[in-house]
Design a protein around this ligand. Structure first.
Ligand code: TRH
Length: 375
């Protein structure tokens, strides 16, 4: 019997919070753990999880964890691990419940799962403890767990069997199942688009006009916006419905180039081993600019110089961080076809990441190492 996990997720905006939490919950359940996933808004699961809720996962309403009458979660299922995603702040009633458990000699291990970044502070902050000196959780300890791209971070979510599933994947059959006509023989480039509404769409269309292209556009505002623009004659546009998370992954595997955003699709694009362009979640204080640069520095370390400068220009342009530059008046995409340097680099980056332990294995190792301190 696995551990009992309580995962807390607040949907701030978009789908990243629930997307990451849902992946983590599924990965836990697949490894035999028991998960209660507490959500303040579960509506996105209707499309993200079309097969329903797998055994081992229970969806709970956040509101229920706020009730003082929550009571013990049951002697059969006290929390072993509590995960607060992205500093979402646990309800006070639940903190009381954790303290009660601790008083009975079963203190849950408490993890704050942080946002993903390649910035240097991540290695410094990963694994830091925050002992609680006041409030309902006094006496408990919270540990900061940082995902990341290097061995001194918590790594990335990567469920067992992911790379094998990709190897067995048949893109043409998958595309046909989505109702996309097969024009592989014409040498058509296949591109996916998942972006924020401020992306420079006309410039993207211009950049894609140089060869026959199938553009698979994800559901949402951008899909409506791009359909109002005039399309190059060489471009076939296909509007996708909201896909289940597994099919979203397959979309990335099927394409020659993926435009992704936020956090979870950004990670999945890296696991796809295909060239990609990341649109970072923009912050009012501009904190996204150094975050984008830090990732590019790491990601491009082993890329050939020409490719590295092409990618930097494309990514900065796509993120509105260099449109004033003389050299970046338009989006100039690198070649991403079979045999290209961009594809070789994407594969080599994936290999580098896959040589590091995945996030959940690292989290479990951390919990095991520290379990004696909290029991
Ligand atoms: O939706 P996002 O922009 O989420 C963002 C980021 O997480 C950001 O860091 C955070 O601060 C902000 O939300 C609040 O992009 P992201 O992270 O890629 O999440 C999208 C999720 O939706 C991901 O799990 C993939 C999933 N998805 C599908 O499953 N099917 C689909 O059709 C689409 C379009 C997305």
């Amino acid at each position: 019997m696995g551990k009992q996990w309580d995962l807390f997720c607040r949907v701030i905006d978009n789908f990243g919070d629930i997307g990451v939490s849902w992946r983590l919950a599924r990965d836990l359940a697949a490894r035999g753990e028991q998960v209660r996933l507490w959500l303040d808004d579960a509506s996105a699961l209707a499309w993200m999880a079309p097969q329903g809720i797998p055994p081992g996962i229970e969806i709970k309403a956040w509101e229920q964890a706020c009730r003082a009458s929550l009571g013990p979660l049951g002697p059969q299922s006290p929390s072993d691990v509590v995960v607060e995603t992205f500093g979402c702040e646990l309800p006070e009633a639940f903190l009381h419940h954790m303290a009660e458990q601790a008083a009975q000699g079963h203190a849950p291990q408490w993890i704050n799962l942080e946002y993903l970044s390649a910035e240097p502070y991540v290695e410094r902050s990963h694994g830091l403890n925050s002992p609680q000196f006041s409030g309902p959780a006094r006496g408990l300890n919270k540990t900061f767990f940082y995902p990341g791209f290097t061995p001194r971070t918590g790594g990335l979510l990567r469920e067992p069997g992911l790379l094998q599933a990709q190897t067995a994947f048949e893109p043409q059959a998958w595309l046909a199942a989505q109702g996309v006509a097969n024009q592989a023989a014409s040498g058509e480039r296949i591109v996916s688009l998942f972006a924020y509404p401020n992306a420079p769409l006309p410039q993207l269309l211009a950049a894609l006009a140089d060869r026959p292209t199938l553009l698979l556009v994800c559901a949402g505002q951008v899909q409506a916006d791009i359909q109002r623009l005039s399309l190059p004659a060489t471009l076939r546009l296909h509007a996708l419905p909201y896909l289940g998370q597994d099919d979203f992954d397959r979309l990335l595997w099927a394409c020659d180039l993926n435009f992704v955003r936020g956090e979870d699709s950004f990670v999945r694009a890296q696991w796809a081993g295909k060239p990609f362009v990341w649109q970072i979640y923009s912050q009012d204080d501009g904190a996204h600019a150094p975050k984008l640069e830090a990732f590019m520095d790491l990601w491009l370390t082993q890329a050939p110089a020409g490719l590295a400068s092409q990618w930097r220009a494309v990514w900065r342009y796509w993120n509105a961080l260099a449109r004033e530059d003389a050299g970046a008046k338009r989006l100039a995409l690198p070649d991403t076809a079979a045999g290209s340097a961009a594809l070789a680099h994407a594969r080599q980056w994936r290999e580098n990441l896959a040589s590091q332990p995945d996030l959940l294995s690292q989290l479990n190792a951390h919990l095991l190492k520290h379990s004696h301190k909290s029991s």
